[in-house]
Ligand binder design. Structure first.
Ligand SMILES: [Ca+2]
Ligand SMILES: [Ca+2]
Ligand SMILES: [Ca+2]
Ligand SMILES: [Ca+2]
Length: 288
């Protein structure tokens, strides 16, 4: 057999040599085949391979992870940690929340077993809930004389900054600035009082129309132009009448007198011109 193959190759080689050396015309023009491209295969793309590779990787791997486990789509609270749960302790635990997420401060879910008193979903301080502990925060609003109407600054007893006393009502308005996510727990309104002159005269203080305190001639400094005493009257009005985060009105109803009458002045230890200091204690509404 080897001898036959050798003979056949030698014979073809001789024939080809004779043809070339004899000047026979060899047509080298590429003739398009019927598929329209210029290669010599019979498919219709223009590359020259004929997809004869021996790729045998026809997805015959043994992947069997097609959800054949016993996952029941995560029922939180069944005691089994499913694939979509951080944990599942069949309720609240020191490390797991009732929604089957880890217990973390700041996730908005108060987990008392994890010693969280509150969780307002932020890391802010001064809003009543800090690091998941309830903290009474305090807001101080100084209400200046400039926001009032009807004040008199001169006249009898003008050593007081402002005075009145003719039976009219003086009004001061201010807007509370407390965070809206909080709840008011206590309210104190301080007023600097210089005079409550003449026996029987008095001032009646109202918050949004509700009386929260009075100050009369028997309560403190009296009408004497040389009397420089200033008293700080502190009142604790019912906080339910306070407009959290909104406008509030403090009114002073004066009694009538023909003499030097009532006067208020700057609240001691505050910025000059502060007619009222409103101190509000508040805490997270989650702590109420
Ligand atoms: Ca579960
Ligand atoms: Ca959580
Ligand atoms: Ca939490
Ligand atoms: Ca906070």
């Amino acid at each position: 057999m080897k001898f036959v193959k050798i003979m056949n190759v030698s014979f073809l080689t001789v024939v080809l040599f004779i043809a070339l050396s004899s000047g026979a015309c060899v047509d080298t023009t590429i003739v398009p085949n019927s598929d329209g491209d210029s290669d010599s295969d019979s498919d219709s793309d223009s590359d020259s391979d004929s997809d004869t590779d021996t790729d045998t990787d026809s997805d015959t791997d043994s992947d069997t992870d097609s959800d054949t486990d016993s996952d029941t789509d995560g029922v939180c609270g069944d005691g089994t940690q499913d694939s979509d749960e951080d944990c599942d302790d069949m309720g609240e635990s020191a490390t797991c929340d009732t929604d089957c997420t880890f217990a973390e401060c700041g996730d908005g879910l108060t987990n008392v077993t994890a010693l969280e008193e509150c969780d307002d979903a932020n890391t802010d301080h001064g809003d009543g809930c800090e690091d998941c502990y309830c903290v009474v925060a305090q807001s101080i609003v100084d209400v200046p004389f400039t926001s009032t109407t009807g004040w008199l600054a001169t006249g009898c007893c003008n050593e007081a900054n402002y005075r009145h006393g003719d039976g009219t009502t003086l009004v001061a308005t201010f807007t509370d600035t407390l965070p809206t996510i909080t709840a008011l727990s206590a309210l104190n309104i301080q007023i600097g009082i210089r005079h409550a002159c003449t026996s029987g005269t008095s001032m009646t203080f109202q918050l949004n129309g509700v009386t929260f305190g009075t100050w009369g001639s028997a309560d403190g400094p009296h009408c004497a132009c040389s009397n420089l005493t200033v008293a700080t009257a502190s009142f604790y009005p019912d906080e339910s009448g306070y407009n959290l985060g909104a406008s509030n009105t403090i009114s002073i109803l004066h009694s009538t007198s023909t003499q030097c009458m009532e006067a208020i002045t700057t609240v001691p230890a505050t910025t000059a011109g502060t007619a009222f200091r409103v101190t509000a204690d508040y805490t997270s509404d989650q702590c109420i």
